[in-house]
Design a protein around this ligand. Structure first.
Ligand code: FA5
Length: 360
């Protein structure tokens, strides 16, 4: 052992050196000094072991190997120690300035037409109505026939329709075509009135529903006519419902939507599914009836179509028209946007120009 230093003495020396190290760079230097592949002190000693006799190797080999393992442990422990000190220092020094303004986040918002639909629904909810829904792909029965518009009725011309072939026909499935023809969708609904039919088919009176949704008409588009637009349907059916209920409900609706001072007037109109039928106008709340550009000088603005549910429609749904009566109405959502916000070209709502949409 005389030519080799005592491993314990070496260990003490290395341990002292490693413990005194204060940086990861200095620790790396210490590692190289002891265990560096070419010049490390312990590496050189281990290399010298190769020249010893077998007995000496047996004696020194294990001592120096365990010294090497111990040094590696000490280096690893000190490295972990230094790293955790570094982390702690970073946490203490790198304070977060919470007073700095954050990066601005651009918030989106509901589309103006959705906002209008939401506000209409909430007004009618406050009047005791519930919201109903129905499919946009309909068939003749729900869109026309059940609403007292048979196939050859001239009223069909009022609503030019997008028709489509039934899936069964397209796929040439004659057994399905025969049995499902009545139920399969064959058109895009031209108004929200088919939802009335579906609700009356499913639920007995009393009924008080509104149903907002998208509708389709085969129309040439211009500033006031779209081929895809939105309506909201309303239906109330119960015993003893009269035109006075229609006037009271829709009058209150107009006041809640526009201004408490708004008045309503009803002019005769025609819809096959209501009898009598009416157009409801609201007094212009901008000029209070005096006449201005918004109401084209008349003091009145046309708002919606309405009427008492035709007894034929009720009996078609197995609702006894002797016992029950009801009123219905349908309002164009884009029309309300037009009136409420003075947007005189409805196409703007569909162009997705954020400069326009951000104003709502
Ligand atoms: C109807 O669609 C009836 N179903 C409404 C109704 C329901 C009456 C229940 C009675 C009882 P009308 O075709 O008038 O009616 O359409 C209703 C509203 O939809 C119109 O007042 C208008 O505001 C809007 N509208 C109609 N066609 C277009 C179009 N091409 N583009 C934008 N809005 C339209």
């Amino acid at each position: 052992m005389s030519q080799f230093p005592d491993p314990n003495t070496l260990l003490q020396e290395a341990q002292k050196q490693i413990e005194q190290v204060r940086s990861l760079d200095a620790l790396e230097e210490a590692r190289i000094a002891w265990l560096g592949r070419k010049e490390g002190r312990l590496t050189l000693l281990l290399k010298q072991l190769g020249g010893l006799s077998i007995e000496e190797k047996k004696l020194y080999g294990p001592q120096y190997n365990s010294l090497k393992a111990r040094l590696e442990e000490l280096l690893a422990a000190q490295e972990e120690n230094l790293r955790s000190q570094e982390r702690r220092r970073a946490l203490e020094n790198d304070t977060l300035d919470i007073t700095l303004p954050g990066a601005p986040v651009a918030y989106g918002h509901l589309h103006p037409l959705s906002q209008i639909m939401d506000s209409l629904v909430s007004i009618f909810r406050s009047l005791g109505f519930v919201c109903a829904d129905g499919p946009e792909m309909e068939n003749d029965f729900y869109n026309f026939e059940a609403l007292n518009v048979p196939a050859d009725h001239p009223a069909r011309d009022m609503q030019d329709t997008f028709y489509m072939e039934s899936a069964a026909k397209q796929l040439s499935l004659p057994h399905l075509t025969a049995s499902h023809a009545d139920q399969e969708p064959n058109l895009l609904r031209t108004h929200t009135s088919p939802v009335q039919v579906r609700v009356m088919q499913k639920y007995p009176p009393p009924i008080a529903i509104v149903c907002p949704g998208r509708v389709y008409r085969h129309e040439a588009q211009d500033a006031t006519h779209l081929a895809v637009f939105h309506q909201m349907e309303g239906l109330m059916v119960d015993e003893g419902i009269s035109f006075a209920d229609l006037k009271g409900t829709l009058g209150r609706f107009a006041q809640l939507l526009f201004a408490p001072t708004v008045k309503t007037r009803f002019r005769p109109s025609f819809f096959p599914f209501t009898e009598p039928s009416a157009q409801m106008d609201v007094s212009c709340w901008i000029c209070e009836g005096a006449g201005c550009p918004a109401c084209k000088g008349s003091g009145w603005i046309e708002l919606l179509g309405a009427g008492m549910v035709n007894p034929k429609v009720l009996s078609g749904m197995n609702i006894d028209p002797e016992k029950y009566s009801g009123f219905a109405f349908g309002v164009g959502i884009e029309r309300i946007a037009f009136i409420k916000y003075g947007v005189h070209d409805l196409r703007l709502f569909y162009e997705n120009d954020t400069r326009f949409l951000e104003q709502f």
